[in-house]
Design a protein around this ligand. Structure first.
Ligand code: GAR
Length: 187
């Protein structure tokens, strides 16, 4: 059994989907969610499912110890970013080499990098007139959105699609694929 921690900064629909998927799993357990923001929806969402959420400050994250201690307390083997909007600290990267993955809501290497997250990504896809978008699941390294790609899936973008329409299609891909990819990696 592998213990995973989910890092999230927003509403946490992916975190909830992953927790639900692994509820009765013999492969993966999700004992802990972490966030850099106390005021976002992920807390209520996962606490309702009986999963504790831990909030850390920027200083605690950069310095590393408080987050690393919490991960050790829960015997975390692997880290899953699900809408986490901070750069991963060097301390965390060193403690979890090749054991941190992210989901990006577009087809990297397009629409990646600093400032490209959430709706900004879907706005860029529509502004560029792209005919498709999708998801990229990748390992984390020291540069934003540049780690090795594990999995991609695509969806069509119609000329009439708004960024919200693209977000809906991309979210559907995230829910369908992220838990399965995690399971495959950890099985
Ligand atoms: C997801 O679409 C995820 O791909 C994206 O944020 C959203 C979070 O939604 N992540 C990034 O943009 C990271 N660069 P959620 O909080 O409802 O899971």
């Amino acid at each position: 059994m592998k213990n995973i921690a989910i890092f999230a900064s927003g509403s946490g629909t992916n975190a909830e989907n992953i927790i639900r998927y692994f509820t009765d799993s013999e492969v993966v357990k999700v004992p802990l969610v972490l966030s850099n923001n106390r005021k976002v929806g992920v807390h209520e969402r996962v606490n309702k499912l009986g999963i504790p959420s831990f909030v850390f400050s920027r200083e605690e994250f950069v310095e590393g110890r408080a987050v690393l201690d919490k991960l050790a307390e829960y015997a975390i083997d692997f880290i899953v970013l699900a809408g986490f909007m901070n750069k991963i600290s060097d301390a965390l990267l060193q403690a979890f080499p090749s054991k941190i993955i992210n989901i990006h809501p577009a087809l990297l290497p397009k629409h990646g990098g600093k400032g490209m997250y959430g709706m900004h990504v879907h706005e860029a896809v529509v502004a560029d007139g792209d005919t498709e978008s999708g998801i990229t699941i990748h390992y984390i390294n020291e540069n934003y959105d540049e780690g090795d790609i594990i999995f991609q899936a695509t969806c069509p973008v119609a000329p009439t699609d708004t960024p919200e329409d693209v977000a809906t299609k991309v979210h559907a891909l995230e829910y369908a694929h992220y838990p399965q990819v995690i399971e495959k990696l950890l099985r």
